[in-house]
Design a protein around this ligand. Structure first.
Ligand SMILES: Nc1ncnc2c1ncn2[C@@H]1O[C@H](COP(=O)(O)OP(=O)(O)O)[C@@H](O)[C@H]1O
Ligand SMILES: [Mg+2]
Length: 233
């Protein structure tokens, strides 16, 4: 059994009289420790899928098996525990708490779980040892995103979910952030799932799940993922 198995998962949103199919019979597998890119244009259903994987939203039909457990069957209480203990999120616009320092932002996450990583250690790992006492407004976009990655990773999550993590960053800063995410999967064995509309990022992934019109169009395994340093996009 694969680490993550999504089987016949569908999600519809009711908007007044119309029903929008955001995910329609979605199927794929992911192995532990992979760096995965979910690729597709705007409206393809990527964020919906990521939110379902992270327990922030629920599907209408189908199985979402994470490490042998079907989270689609969870009660809302179980889903809360799952979100808190097992999932790290990274968003396009960082979502840091403005009046807390980098270190305090990471502590916020590490304090709510057992077996959390040391905030200073993880901030050092993402290259922010000199910035731990700075507030978000004193940090560049790329630095803020690295704080948000540290915050997500500090919980030692089963899966790290990233929705357009480089969407607000310039080219070189975006590459630094991708490098950190690739290192998380290669060196720490983290299962990292990145949603993006940018097909130029696909070569860095172990697995590329291509979405279009609410469905998975293809799943491609990449035996030799490209190093970020040599990536041009
Ligand atoms: N909470 C929601 N309520 C209503 N419609 C939604 C909601 N979330 C997403 N959708 C719709 O579902 C479709 C897929 O959206 P989304 O998953 O955000 O796509 P993507 O992330 O690939 O751009 C879109 O048509 C979007 O408008
Ligand atoms: Mg989206």
């Amino acid at each position: 059994m694969a680490y993550i198995e999504v089987k016949h998962s569908s999600k519809r949103y009711q908007m007044g009289d119309t029903v929008i199919a955001a995910n329609e019979d979605v199927n794929f597998e992911i192995e532990k420790g992979e760096l995965v890119i979910i690729l597709g244009s705007s409206g393809a259903g990527k964020s919906t899928l990521l939110n379902i994987l992270g327990g922030m939203d629920t599907n209408d039909e189908g199985q979402v098996i994470i490490d042998g457990v079907d989270i689609a069957q969870f009660s809302s209480h179980q889903r809360t525990n799952y979100r808190r203990d097992d999932v790290g999120f990274v968003f396009q616009f960082y979502n840091l708490v403005a009046n807390l320092t980098a270190k305090e932002n990471v502590e916020l996450a590490s304090e709510i779980v057992k077996d959390a990583m040391d905030p200073v250690e993880i901030l050092t790992e993402v290259g922010l040892a000199q910035r731990i006492n700075n507030f978000p407004a004193q940090l560049s976009g790329g630095e803020q995103q690295r704080v948000s990655i540290a915050r997500a990773v500090a919980k030692n999550p089963k899966i790290l979910l990233c929705d357009e993590p480089t969407g607000a960053l310039d080219y070189n800063t975006g590459k630094q952030v991708l490098q950190i995410l690739q290192d998380m999967s290669r060196n720490q064995g983290a299962t990292v799932i990145i949603v993006t509309h940018n097909s130029a990022l696909a070569p860095i992934a172990d697995r590329v799940i291509h979405m279009r019109d609410a469905t998975v169009k293809s799943v491609k395994l990449n035996p030799n993922p490209q190093d970020i340093a040599t990536l041009e996009y």
